[in-house]
Design a protein around this ligand. Structure first.
Ligand code: BEZ
Length: 221
């Protein structure tokens, strides 16, 4: 099945977008990237999602993340629909603050494994699912999420995930269930006790467990 796996270099595709033709790696530069697909322009859930993403532009920028959307509609449709998206946010006349890729031949959607065979347009052609790819500054895929057309995504969760990805790229930690920035994190299992003590000056606390194994180790990063 086509697609990109975690750790793969993300394809350096060329595409038409609402800001002109781009080469993906040049578009990203040294930034992190988030590429999210949606089934179709002028549809309700997609409108709420892109409006939410537009409202969070400052949060993505603060984290050094460039945003880009994709669907199988044309640049012209994307440009017209963007006006609805911004109007939904109460910002009529303000341009959508990120580009949308026009994959009207579905070539990129096939390459990246984004088509949902259960969502068909009036011509019997599959639509794009709600895919999310987070790409690191090294151009490698750090995260992928795939939702069906009928379930809108949670962009606060995407920011939380990016906070985790950026923290764990810097430090030898992993973030536990429902983690939020500022919470304690877990020391990764491959670190010895001595290495953990040296690496985490705020201290490491280890939870006693019936197994006697010392793997539940918390620290404040
Ligand atoms: C929507 O964005 O509302 C949508 C698109 C395709 C199928 C279902 C919902």
């Amino acid at each position: 099945m086509p697609g990109v796996l975690l750790g793969d270099v993300f394809p350096n595709f060329e595409a038409e977008t609402t800001i002109g033709r781009i080469k993906f790696h040049d578009f990203l530069g040294d930034w992190w990237g988030i590429l999210f697909s949606h089934p179709r322009d002028f549809t309700p859930v997609c409108t709420t999602e892109l409006a939410c993403a537009a409202g969070l532009t400052g949060e993505f920028k603060k984290r050094g993340v460039k945003m880009i959307a994709l669907s199988i509609d044309s640049v012209e449709d994307h440009t017209n629909w963007s006006k609805d998206v911004m109007a939904f946010n109460g910002e009529t006349g303000t341009p959508l603050p990120f580009p949308i890729i026009a994959d009207d031949k579905r070539s990129l959607s096939v390459q990246l494994g984004m088509l949902d065979p259960d969502e068909i347009d009036k011509d019997g052609m599959p639509l794009t699912a709600r895919c999310v790819f987070v790409i690191g500054p090294d151009k490698k895929l750090k995260l992928s999420i795939l939702y069906p057309a009928t379930t809108g995504r949670n962009f606060d969760e995407l920011l939380r995930v990016i906070d985790s990805l950026q923290l764990t790229a810097q430090k030898k930690v992993a973030t536990p269930v429902n983690w939020k920035p500022g919470d304690k994190v877990m020391v990764i299992p491959s670190l010895s006790e001595a290495e953990a003590t040296a690496l985490f000056p705020n201290g490491v606390t280890c939870k006693e467990l019936p197994s006697g194994k010392k793997y539940l180790r918390f620290t404040q990063p």
